[in-house]
Each structure stands twice: as C-alpha cells, then as structure tokens.
Design a protein around this ligand. Structure first.
Ligand code: NAD
Ligand code: DAU
Length: 361
C-alpha cells in the first residue's frame, strides 16, 4: 500500500485533498497528515476521515528537523504532497518573517528529510518516490488588463508580496534539488482556489460570512483586480494526476480560464445568498449591494492573475470540471449549511485579527 505524507493537511486545500484522496482510493492508500495547527489548521475539516485505520494525524512543525526526520524513519513514505505554508497575502504584509520561516525554511526541512530517506548510496533515489511541492501563480507577478496575456510555466518569476516572494524562494529550492541531485519532484503553480473549509480571511468566505452577519463587505481599491478562480476539488484532482501521470522534474500550471473581477465575485455572492435566504429571514432585508464598501487598497496589490493551463491539459489530460456558476453556488450553500464551522473558526483570535486589519479601512 502506498504511503502519502501530506503537510498542512488540516488547512483549506490540504483537507480537501485528503478528503478527495480517500473518496478516490479508499483503502488502497495510507495518508499521514503532518500539521502544526496554526490559526489556519482545523481538524474539524477532516472529521469524515478521522478514525480510518489508514489515516494518521501527527502534530508537528515542518521546521522541526528532528520531528520530520523521525516521521520518515518510522514510515516508508512513497509520496510527499507539501501544502504546509503561511498562505495569506495581507498577513505577509504585516508580518513577513513567519512566511520566510515556514515557507522557505520549512520547505528546506521537508526536502532534506525526503532526500535523506530516499537517496541510495550511489546518489540516485529509490524507485517510485515522489515529492510534490504545491505552489501558487503569484510567483509570476502581475499581468495588466491585456486579455491575451497569461502566466505560462516559462514566465519569469517576479513576486511582489512577502508571501509570493517566500513561495518563489521555496519553488527555487525545489528546482535546485531537482537540478543538483535529480531529486524526484514536481511543482504545481495554481490560481485562486475556492470551496468548503476556506478560512474567512480570504475574499470569498469573508464576504459570505460578513454578508450573513449584515456587516460591510470590504472591497480593496477599485474592485477591478482580477483573479482566476478554481474549485478546490479540481485542484486536488490536478495534484493527484500530476503525481500519477506527470513527467518528473516538471512544473505544471493549474487553473481554468475563469477570470473574474473582485467586485463581480462580491455581487455574485450577494445575489446567490439572497436567493438562498427565505423571504421571512430577517437577514435578507439588509443583504444587498449597499453593504459593499470600497476600502484602502492592499499594498503592492497585484492587478491580474491568469493561468494558461495548456501544458497540464496536453500532457496529463487535466481540465477543471466544475463550472464557476455551479461551484460558487455549491460553496455558498456549504457555508450556509455549516454556520457552526464558521462560528468555531471566527471566534477568539480571528476576531482580534479582523479588528486590526479592517479598523483603518
Ligand atoms: P491554509 O492557510 O488554509 O493552510 C495551511 C496549513 O498549513 C494549515 O493547516 C496550517 O496549520 C499548516 N501549517 C502552517 N505552518 C505550518 C508549519 N510550520 N508546520 C506544519 N504545518 C503548518 O492554506 P491553503 O490555502 O490551504 O494553501 C495550501 C498551499 O497551497 C499553500 O502552500 C499555498 O501557498 C498553496 N496555494 C494556495 C492557493 C489558494 O488559493 N488558497 C492557491 C495556490 C496555491
Ligand atoms: O493566486 C493564488 C493565491 O490566491 C494563493 O497563493 C494564496 O494563498 C491565496 O490566499 C490567494 O491570494 P489572493 O491574495 O489572490 O486571495 P485573497 O482571497 O486574499 O484576495 C482575492 C482578491 O480579493 C485580491 O485581489 C484582494 C481582494 N480582497 C481580499 C480581501 C480579503 C478584497 O477586495 N477584500 C478583502 O477583504
């Protein structure tokens, strides 16, 4: 049975990936989830897999060399899928150092531990071992409004935020391991994900949460920045397909030609929530476009991201399956039906974060 070591599996994409993998492979695989459980890690996301004999959770920091080495020593790991990171751009602007620590040094620790466990005396690697580094389209920088311009795998890196700079650095480390040691790895650079279990500091769950609470809906700058949205399960599927069918040492861009301006996303959420709420629901009266509030722009705000997913389609046959109109409705319905989940993650520290981030906006 193949054993996966998933880092950051209690976060948004990691937990969707683990849920997806067990739905697909059931008892054919074993997953070890290593997560230190920062504010963004939530084991509630994994309640459907908790208790499975072929699933283990280990609370550990990816920067803790001894702990990570021990996991490799005690388990014959076949695949690493490395999600663990600090992931929020706004937080990176306020506190860059933890992004360098986790995203750069943490990735170095993971690479070293896997290399140590997998390398043979002649410098080659054990058969079938693979490391997948989950990265972002933000490493490519920002596009202007020219609709024919896209990010390709060959686009030079030009990160702007401390977050994207730290992810670019971690990508470079993975590339260096592949080039220097022929370390068996792939990198995926994906566009903005949306779906269940996303922490409500990110645009879509934040707007859903605020709208249901009758709070202002903060739109940065002119609201015309463009993101290329992908349903999270399609990303999980892409990662699996890259590990199964991708060529080692290659980078694959993941995205789905689904560009939207932020203001369009916010209005779509309001429209769908109004359809979902009963006329008798008191929240409906105030839930309208008047809640939209233009606030101070994000520092260094990238204008537009747009992925060209041509390579992953041509080589691997991956394409997004979820149309945005269906995915966004499914997502909103999920948050609507799981308000208890939202209450749990928005209590305590997150309330303080929200006050701090949005009090001057
Ligand atoms: P997230 O913030 O929801 O989850 C990150 C997870 O990593 C959390 O469970 C957290 O506890 C864990 N973690 C953080 N520091 C850790 C440490 N030192 N040791 C162990 N675990 C630690 O992030 P996400 O949105 O799920 O993103 C996952 C990965 O995908 C990241 O690498 C991110 O850069 C990348 N990515 C995200 C998106 C997106 O739209 N969210 C798009 C492309 C790529
Ligand atoms: O492109 C992939 C990246 O997508 C990932 O690598 C990151 O981990 C992930 O956080 C995401 O980054 P963004 O900065 O694009 O996502 P965020 O949800 O923070 O913001 C989306 C857009 O919405 C962006 O243009 C900023 C804007 N925004 C965001 C928030 C939180 C607002 O207008 N108001 C808000 O309150």
């Amino acid at each position: 049975m193949r054993t996966y070591l998933v880092t950051g599996g209690a976060g948004f994409i990691g937990s969707n990936y683990i849920n997806y993998m067990f739905k697909k492979y059931d008892n054919e695989i074993r997953i070890i989830n290593v997560d230190v459980l920062t504010y963004a890690g939530n084991l509630e996301n994994l309640k459907d897999v908790e208790g499975r004999e072929n699933y283990t959770f280990i609370k550990a920091d990816i920067c803790d060399r001894d702990a990570i080495n021990r996991i490799f020593e005690e388990n014959d790991i076949d695949r690493v899928v490395h999600f663990a990171a600090e992931s929020h751009v706004d937080r990176s602007i306020v506190n860059p150092e933890v992004f360098v620590q986790t995203n750069v040094l943490g990735t170095a620790t993971m690479l070293n531990a896997a290399k140590k466990a997998w390398e043979l005396p002649d410098g080659t690697f054990k058969e079938g071992k693979k490391f997948l580094h989950v990265s972002t389209d933000e490493v490519y920088g920002s596009l202007d409004d020219d609709p024919t311009a896209f990010f390709y795998e060959t686009t030079p890196y030009s990160p702007h935020s401390p977050y994207s700079a730290s992810k670019a650095s971690s990508d470079m480390l993975v590339k260096a391991y592949m080039d220097t040691y022929r370390f068996p790895a792939n990198i995926t650079n994906c566009s903005n994900n949306y779906g269940p279990f996303q922490f409500p500091e990110k645009l879509i769950p934040l707007i859903i949460h605020n709208a249901l609470e009758g709070k202002k809906l903060p739109v940065y700058g002119d609201g015309k920045n463009v993101r290329d949205w992908l349903y999270v399960e399609d990303h999980a599927k892409a990662i699996d397909m890259v590990q199964e069918k991708g060529r080692l040492f290659e980078t694959y861009n993941v995205g789905g030609h689904n560009e939207k301006q932020n203001i369009e996303i916010v209005k779509t959420i309001i429209d769908i929530l109004r359809e979902e709420l009963d006329d008798s629901d008191p929240r409906k009266e105030h839930l309208n476009y008047d809640l939209i509030t233009y606030v101070a722009d994000r520092k260094g705000h990238d204008r537009r991201y747009a992925i060209a997913p041509d390579k992953i389609k041509a080589e691997i046959g991956w394409e997004p399956e979820t149309m945005f109109k269906d995915g966004i409705r499914k997502t909103i319905k999920w948050y609507f039906d799981n308000q208890e989940w939202m209450e749990h993650v928005t209590s305590g520290d997150y309330e303080k974060y929200y006050e701090k981030m949005y009090s001057n906006r």
